[in-house]
Design a protein around this ligand. Sequence first.
Ligand code: ZN
Ligand code: ZN
Length: 239
Amino acid sequence: MAVNLKAELLVDGGMHALLPSRCLLCGARGERGLDVCAGCRAELPYNACCCARCALPLETPAPLCGRCIRRAPPWDAAWAPFRYAYPLDRLEARFKFTGDLAAGRLLSKLWIKTQAPGELPQAIIPVPLHRSRLRSRGYNQALELAKPLAKALRIPLLRDALQRTRVTAAQTELTALARRRNVRGAFAAHFVNEIPQHVAVLDDVFTTGATLAECARVLKRAGAKRVDVWALARAPGRA
Ligand SMILES: [Zn+2]
Ligand SMILES: [Zn+2]
């Protein structure tokens, strides 16, 4: 009992670094201060071979996927360093749906350790949640991932530049067409100062891109010249 209490006090006191790190996936000892072991880290699905425009995983290297060649998306470039696959999907689901903020911290640390794009934006804008969903979840998963990344890359984070003006149905259950309709007109841009020329809009998972596309359109209408889309993970197979 006394030992547990002491351990809790250490964590609450921000002294987590003094405790040995544990792999959040298998419970083995963490590696290099990360809450993931060497074995699980080696299994992470890096999105190395992908479309430069939409980050869709590709079987063989090519500059663009077929879909982007046929019709260019409303954003300019994409960065999604991981594929949405095992075991990263387990961490993301825990972070997003069960309030596991330690999983979120690990995911942002892993993201920071990947190779950033050569041409960085002047600001990062997280995809917002509607305030009713923010109230029930308690945090915006996109913002939580964006905060450490913005700090590491030394890029300003404009957390309120996009707002969700109406409640939308959860995208997960919808077809691609229904997703586009679901988010149409759901966002508004607010800039206190002049909008930066080059911005990146950031979400946790890029699935069909409907939400990111709508955000990119809104930011371009607000005056952004270049909008990149950033996501921790890209769902393969569905563009
Ligand atoms: Zn492990
Ligand atoms: Zn593409």
